[in-house]
Design a protein around this ligand. Structure first.
Ligand SMILES: [Zn+2]
Length: 257
């Protein structure tokens, strides 16, 4: 009997331990330019690959952001995929589902839960959105600062004091915030563009019982640098998160309750 290439591949995959086949399928899910098409082909290859593709470890790694064509031309299928992958803990799917729940349906609690799952997995745009959402509530204001620190890769909270080289330990930049703010706004526009309501941001009032930013110490605090990056240095975490809150909500709006 002549062994074709696909038959040979099938025999090879059947001979491998399940964990290895899952690892191969996960690698394809993460690196393919059309992940779902390749996963469907893989699923149809043999029982071993079919079983592997059902594992959550594969779903978690699917590069959802590469499914542009499905998102624009098979929107219902795309939404079903998002829900499915979010259930498996896929960070991008949790991010998209979280934004959909918060910004199109006003289901902030459920949406925030999904965004948290994405942020825990290192999704920085999700951490950014959580930062500004948490800032709206006095009880979660410390969480807001923590998410912004995660984005800027800082470990120490706002401590005050002075470093050996003379600059204040509390000085904070929003260099990474700018990048992830843009990505978050872009992603929110993608989940809201089909809605009837116009996405016209309304001027936002400062959050209730806000005390951050009221004790600003520097005349240069929050002034953008002259290098076109648009980033600034802030005298404290409070001034920084306040700035981000207003920047973010000047571009997106929450659905009316
Ligand atoms: Zn300040």
């Amino acid at each position: 009997m002549v062994l074709t290439r696909s038959m040979a591949a099938r025999r090879t995959l059947l001979a491998l331990p399940h964990d290895i086949v899952v690892e191969i399928a996960g690698h394809i899910a993460a690196s393919s330019p059309q992940p779902m098409e390749d996963i469907c082909s893989l699923r149809a290859t043999c029982q071993a690959t079919h079983a592997a593709c059902k594992e959550g470890a594969v779903g978690r790694r699917v590069a959802l952001e590469r499914e542009h064509t499905m998102r624009w031309f098979e929107h219902d299928r795309y939404l079903a995929l998002v829900r499915n992958l979010a259930g498996a803990g896929n960070p991008e799917a949790c991010f998209v589902l979280g934004l959909t729940l918060v910004f199109t349906q006003g289901r902030t609690g459920l949406g925030t839960d999904r965004l948290k799952r994405a942020a825990v997995a290192g999704h920085k745009a999700a951490a950014y959105v959580l930062g500004v959402l948490c800032y709206t509530n006095g009880e979660t204001r410390d969480d807001a600062k923590r998410y912004i620190r995660q984005i800027e890769a800082e470990t120490a909270p706002d401590g005050g004091g002075v470093h050996g080289h003379g600059c204040k330990a509390a000085m904070k930049t929003n260099r990474e915030c700018i990048r992830w703010r843009d990505q978050a706004v872009h992603a929110i526009r993608e989940v809201t563009w089909r809605m009837d309501r116009e996405m016209v941001p309304v001027p936002v009032a400062p959050p209730e019982d806000e005390d951050d930013g009221q004790h600003c110490e520097g005349s240069g605090c929050g002034v953008p640098d002259g290098w076109n990056s648009g980033c600034a240095v802030f005298c404290s975490e409070g001034c920084r998160i306040r700035h981000e809150y207003f920047q973010f909500f000047s571009r997106v709006s929450l659905p009316a309750r």
